[in-house]
Design a protein around this ligand. Structure first.
Ligand SMILES: NC(=O)c1ccc[n+]([C@@H]2O[C@H](COP(=O)([O-])OP(=O)(O)OC[C@H]3O[C@@H](n4cnc5c(N)ncnc54)[C@H](O)[C@@H]3O)[C@@H](O)[C@H]2O)c1
Length: 354
């Protein structure tokens, strides 16, 4: 099998998880690393034995690069992805794919126009726990979904923000706990439960003085199938606690707690644990980067759409952006999400302008 030759753009905290997977997998070969900070690019270059670059545009000109993987700050995912697609490279970008709806739409359109592949990392869909819960839902074993609730309580210190030149900013990170940390669980929630009808949310900055993005948020989410969702997210907790996600169906209930699923149907309970052979990454981030990266390139090599393409990656960002808008406007926000659209619950058409 011909390996896909990949350049990794961004050599920061998450990048080792990407590079290790690209080196280990049969489907891929790591051929270049890029970081605007030369010391970071050099450290990766030394460690992985590939050439270092400081300008991503240089690797887009290389004929031996088939694809790029983007692990840079949120605000430049769109710029880099669009440039790479136009240069004929396939793209797999870290979450969130971008921080605005127009940017996400431009990425999806560019992938279509260039006939290249755009994928988005949401590795937790590949966890054994998530897959097991998805399966029982699809087999109808939980019955109709009545409700879902999620609790994400992690810890991000003052240093986490002060040491970064982009975290904790609206223009570069695009938000705080919702767009960076909770987005994984928001993605799982919508993937497992279905399309959102409307949501209402509030956020605040409660425990960090030097940022003005959200470090705490809550949301009420109503799905098109009638299911009711509750979400609480905070990065002001004492440690990175395992995420909690519950799916309550008319015939049973499923819990994802960290990387374990506990599914109860009638008087039978099944527990599903993550298989350790596949693990890469930190436990609370979710283990399954390697699985997603392998599945993504298998799809690319077979000429198929990847499981999490641009359209699939956009939904959770739409939800996050809608939560921010709902909080600012103090109104519900309806889906499909159109930024700034009228949101009067009674008069969806916007007759009263709310
Ligand atoms: N899926 C997950 O579980 C997970 C976990 C952590 C981070 N992430 C995501 O990964 C991305 C990176 O996060 P991080 O924590 O590694 O950030 P980071 O700040 O540690 O690393 C980002 C790197 O990108 C470099 N960079 C910035 N602009 C660049 C450019 N134009 N070209 C090349 N390099 C550039 C920076 O110098 C830095 O080294 C974010 O999208 C983040 O949300 C995902």
């Amino acid at each position: 099998m011909k390996k896909t030759r990949v350049a990794l753009i961004g050599c920061g905290r998450v990048a080792r998880v990407h590079a290790d997977a690209l080196v280990a997998l049969d489907e891929t070969e790591l051929v270049a690393v890029v970081d605007i900070k030369p010391d970071r690019a050099e450290a990766f270059s030394q460690h992985y034995g590939v050439k270092a670059y400081t300008d991503y545009r240089d690797v887009l000109e290389l004929p031996n690069v088939d694809a790029v993987q983007i692990a840079t700050p949120h605000y430049n995912h769109a710029e880099i992805a669009i440039a790479a697609l136009k240069a004929g490279k396939d793209v797999l970008t870290e979450k969130p794919m971008a921080i605005s709806v127009p940017d996400m739409e431009a990425m999806i359109q560019t992938a279509k126009d260039t006939k290249r592949t755009l994928g988005v990392i949401f590795q937790n869909r590949y966890n054994d726990a998530s897959q097991a819960v998805k399966q029982v839902i699809e087999e109808g074993k939980l019955g109709a979904i009545n409700g879902t609730r999620a609790i994400i309580t992690w810890r991000r210190t003052d240093e986490y923000y002060s040491e970064s030149d982009w975290k904790g900013t609206w223009d570069k990170e695009g938000g705080g706990v919702l767009i960076d940390q909770a987005i994984h669980t928001i993605d799982l929630m919508q993937w497992l439960v279905g399309e959102v009808d409307y949501l209402e949310a509030r956020y605040d900055t409660r425990a960090h003085d030097q940022i003005d993005v959200d470090d705490v948020a809550e949301a009420h989410i109503v799905f098109k199938n009638g299911a009711i969702g509750c979400l609480y997210a905070s990065c002001n907790y004492s440690y990175d606690a395992p995420i909690f996600l519950e799916i309550h169906g008319e015939k049973g209930i499923a819990h994802i707690i960290g990387d374990r699923a506990i599914i109860t149907i009638g008087n039978k309970t099944m527990t599903v644990e993550q298989q350790p052979d596949e693990t890469t990454g930190l436990r609370y981030w979710g283990f399954s980067h390697k699985r997603q990266i392998r599945d993504h390139y298998r799809a690319v090599q077979a000429g198929k759409k990847p499981f999490i393409d641009g359209k699939a990656g956009k939904t959770a960002v739409d939800m996050v952006l809608a939560m921010y808008e709902s909080s600012r406007r103090q109104t519900p926000v309806y889906f499909p999400y159109v930024p700034g659209a009228p949101s009067c619950k009674k008069h969806r058409g916007g007759c009263c302008g709310r």
